[in-house]
Write a protein that binds this ligand. Sequence first.
Ligand SMILES: O=C(O)[C@H](O)CO
Length: 364
Amino acid sequence: MRILIAPDKFAGTLTAVEAAAAIEEGWRRRDPGAEVLVAPMADGGPGFIDVLSAVVDGKLLSVTVRGPLGEESPATVLLAGETAYVETAQACGLHLVEPKQRRPEEASTYGVGQLITAAVDAGARRVILGLGGSGTNDAGAGLLAALGATADAGQLDAGAAGLAGLETVDLGPARERVAGVEFVAASDVENPMLGLRGATNVFGSQKGITDERKPEVDGWLTHFAELADRKTADKKGAGAAGGLGYALLLLGAERVSGIDLVAELTGLKHKASQVDLVISGEGAFDFQSRDGKVIAGVAKVANDAMRPCVVLAGKVLIGSREMRSMGVESAYALVDAVGEEQAFADPHGSLAAVAERVARTWAR
Ligand SMILES: O=C(O)[C@H](O)CO
């Protein structure tokens, strides 16, 4: 049997590379002669550089930047000729701050601007940024400040709260700093920045913004957009990574789907056409998995190649009808198979055990 293993990370427990290894190990116990192709995936969020550095011929540049709350964060830029790949979550990711320490209204994307500066200073003329998994919600104002944008009153690098008192914003110096550089924003979502479908209302809760605080925070972002460029806030992907997409669009970025970009760079289409079964996976397979996320992207590629796609996930929180409409044949949950405690205590072993069971059904 020929299989393609193309999972996302299992957030908080396994990277995409580790998840793929666990699935392969479990599958081989049942089907030792299987021909296995492995393609760990990412949608623009955490894991973007890890996954791309395995397939892009380039070198890693190590830098230290400001994390979401000002702490030092180590990060890497992947340089391939004049193209640089940046994983924005390395500077502004939710995982960088312990749940109890989170202050989402103050968290800033300043470090993402520092990553761009490092890439440009190293000779990049095209910067491809993965967006997603952020702990920030500052409309990308921090990024713009790091590149030289200025404001009177208020503060561009103090998170969403700093935007409240702004009176004027000058993006000129930031645009000048990166003149001639082409940007690509590879995002995990297409949401606009403001309103009910916007960054604060849809993704604010996972960062710790309470429902009561959302109208005021959304108002701060609206105020900033009114000073900078209101129309751009409605564009596709402006709301990705707490409005970081918006700041990149202001710098002229082209917006693409993160998973489509990763699928292309990893040759996923070709790989899918060579196998009998495609296996994907992630921590929680839920309604958020539908648009722009890894499972939806992998299932689409599998369907286009007319190959069945199954999913292994920590939890499956989606109905079978919805799952099938995405092109996923079956989904298997670790917590159903081994229990929640065991799934967290030994994620590798649990995932391998479930993969072995799946092979019992699918291997031939
Ligand atoms: O970072 C975030 O806000 C979400 O992943 C959507 O991009």
